[in-house]
Design a protein around this ligand. Structure first.
Ligand SMILES: O=C(O)c1cc(=O)[nH]c(=O)n1[C@@H]1O[C@H](COP(=O)(O)O)[C@@H](O)[C@H]1O
Length: 254
């Protein structure tokens, strides 16, 4: 296992192999969402966070203003990078898109948990170091939102179904809410990463998130890594906010 893959080994299939999780220091379990408008602001934020060995996530907001270049620079500097592009398209487009993204040196890439999409992504990532994470049900959704989108089952059941589909497709990890983490662990076993967004330190505004949990509770529920955006990016002192969250990770992991 290389130092660039501290959580789980790569399966050589573009996914994470079901191997035992490795002990990780708490900071390595924190994924910070660089949800800012420009590469310059992203780089300033990274600088303010100093040498904390966190994972940096680049999503839609930053990717469309040059964020892939930021990803490449961070990866070249030895930082862990997560491309959160949530791919979902016809199989060929997904497979070739993943193949193109494999060149940026990122460690993680998200796709939506549709069987056809996941199989195509696994094919595209084959032979690269890119670990695929399938987004089960967005943490901004509750049962009412799932019904509005045409799903006849609660989000917890939809997440379970998608987790099973992800295992069948050979995907190595899932993005899920902490409320589903225990049930999904039963489905995916110990070797696949559970990545949990919707994290709010006690007392912080949920904003558009509907299935939220504190850092410590997410770890207690079985998260391998947690994703945090606004509680850090909007904090007056992002480094202090990140350190408080890392303390919560350590508390929940013991
Ligand atoms: O894939 C993700 O990272 C993701 C999945 C999900 O279900 N919910 C979710 O919030 N995210 C991402 O996690 C981050 C959460 O940001 P905050 O709500 O600001 O902490 C955002 O970048 C979202 O795009």
């Amino acid at each position: 296992m290389s130092s660039a893959s501290p959580v789980f080994g790569t399966g050589g299939e573009g996914s994470l192999a079901p191997s035992p999780p490795v002990e990780l220091e708490p900071a390595r379990r924190l994924i910070i969402a660089l949800d800012v408008p420009t590469p310059l602001e992203a780089e300033r934020l990274v600088e303010r966070l100093g040498d904390l060995p966190v994972v940096f996530k680049i999503g839609h907001q930053l990717a469309y203003t040059g964020g892939l270049t930021v990803a490449e620079r961070l990866a070249k500097a030895g930082r862990e990078v997560f491309l959160d592009l949530k791919l979902h398209d016809i199989p060929r487009t997904v497979e070739e898109g993943v193949r193109s993204l494999a060149g940026f040196g990122a460690r993680f890439l998200t796709v939506h948990a549709y069987p056809q999409t996941m199989r195509a992504a696994v094919a595209g990532a084959n032979g690269s170091g890119l670990a695929l994470l399938a987004v089960t049900v967005l943490t901004s959704m509750n049962d009412g939102d799932a019904a509005e989108a045409g799903y006849a089952c609660p989000v917890a059941e939809l997440a379970r179904r998608r987790a099973a589909d992800a295992v069948a497709a050979g995907i190595g990890g899932l993005v899920c809410a902490a409320s589903e983490a225990r049930a999904l662990r039963e489905i995916v076993g110990p070797g696949r990463a559970l990545v949990v967004p919707g994290i709010r330190p006690a007392g912080e505004a949920a904003g558009d998130q509907k299935r939220v949990t504190t850092p410590a509770d997410a770890m207690r529920a079985g998260a391998d890594l947690i994703v945090v955006g606004r509680p850090i990016t909007a904090a007056p002192d992002p480094l202090a906010a990140a350190q408080a969250i890392i303390a919560g990770i350590a508390e929940g992991a013991t």
